[in-house]
Design a protein around this ligand. Structure first.
Ligand SMILES: Cc1ncc(COP(=O)(O)O)c(C=O)c1O
Length: 357
């Protein structure tokens, strides 16, 4: 049979959603301090793991994870993964924060390829606009009581077919003020699970109050934009005078995840001839001056922000486009998706073709 197989008919591809579904299996590797090496990536069909309950991954949050995507080309006959090398490097960066060994880029890419290849029929058809979400994760996995790094580490790659997380329509945003996601010299820039669970109670309360997304300001001064709880912050200012370029402004901070989606969109904006500024954004001073604001992340790609509310200062900014998708965000999103799905030329060599494994 030729590779890749066609998409399975067991899934309604027009209504994929964002949920965990059964697939053929996942990939697993282990590392021991005594061997100093990762085992060969192995395909495992059982999604349940057998690990000792005293593993530091379960007790001390010694864990990190990643998120990336695979998509089918327009003819459905090849599958590509978007920027796996960038996710591999970010996982190395995160692992260091929690005293775990690095997964070499080649091992990461081999494991991700194996996970997608053996689940290729779950990569959605091109025409659905959906994609396969890839979740690499890693944790301290041997039983250990003392608070020092354990002997064994497990690296896994799970995959699942997904639709679009937030949907492509503008959402209302609330600035979270009762809780700091990241300390000034803390772990905010690492993709470790411990940064995420503490946000849930706040993001769920915001959702119940009608806010589809939540924003964090810097924890020290509560002055500068950090990031959304699940994505990077980008804004657009139109060139209003003759010869003035459209500007993409990206919130920079030491305490945010370096978003690969944001990085890609910055390059696309430069390719359009826009100006790109990566810098601190003073929330109260600048937020009203932006023409468009968006959230950038792998799961949702780009999500336009309809309004931003900060209760303590009574700041409420409503962007002029309201419920309509704004022009600049849509232009970036169309270009990004076009590259990811093989419609547009991949001139920065971001895509890696999945090979049979
Ligand atoms: C807190 C946070 N910020 C930003 C991002 C966006 O990163 P990326 O575009 O690489 O998915 C994510 C998702 O990974 C995230 O969890």
């Amino acid at each position: 049979m030729s590779f890749p197989p066609s998409p399975t008919e067991s899934i309604d591809w027009s209504n994929v959603g964002f949920k965990v579904r059964p697939v053929n299996g996942h990939v697993s590797c282990t590392y021991t301090l005594s061997s100093g090496q990762w085992t060969e990536p192995e395909f495992v069909t059982d999604p349940f793991l057998r690990i000792h309950a005293m593993a530091p991954g379960l007790n001390y949050g010694q864990q990190c994870y990643e998120g990336l995507k695979a998509l089918r080309n327009p003819d459905d006959k090849s599958i590509h993964i978007f920027r796996p090398d960038a996710n591999a490097k970010r996982m190395q960066y995160s692992a260091k924060f929690v005293a775990m060994p690095e997964v070499p880029v080649e091992v990461f890419e081999k494991a991700v390829n194996l996970a997608v290849a053996r689940n290729a029929e779950f990569v959605p058809p091109h025409a659905s606009g959906a994609s396969m979400y890839i979740r690499p994760l890693m944790f301290g996995s041997s039983a250990q009581l003392g608070l020092n790094p354990p002997e064994e580490y497990t690296f896994l790659v799970f995959v699942l077919p997904t639709g679009v997380y937030h949907g492509v329509h503008p959402v209302d945003c609330l600035v979270l003020e009762d809780f700091d996601r990241a300390a000034p010299h803390g772990t905010g820039s690492a993709k470790v699970g411990g940064n995420y669970a503490p946000v849930l109670i706040h993001s769920e309360a915001a959702r119940a109050a009608g806010y589809g997304i939540t924003l964090h300001l810097d924890s020290k001064e509560r002055k500068y934009v950090d990031e959304f709880s699940t994505s990077g912050f980008l804004a657009i200012k139109y060139g209003k005078q003759e010869g003035e370029k459209t500007k993409l402004i990206v919130a920079d901070s030491n305490n945010v995840i370096k978003s690969i989606t944001s990085n890609s969109v910055q390059q696309i904006a430069r390719d359009f001839g826009w100006e790109v500024e990566v810098r601190q954004i003073d929330f109260e001073k600048e937020i009203k001056e932006f023409d468009e604001v968006m959230a950038a992340g792998t799961a949702a790609a780009l999500v336009p922000i309809k309004s931003i509310t900060r209760k303590s200062t009574g700041t409420e900014v409503k962007f002029a486009y309201g419920d309509n998708n704004p022009e600049g965000v849509m232009k970036l999103l169309t270009a990004l998706k076009g590259i990811q799905s093989g419609v547009n030329e991949d001139k920065h060599n971001w895509r890696k073709q999945v090979v049979e494994a």
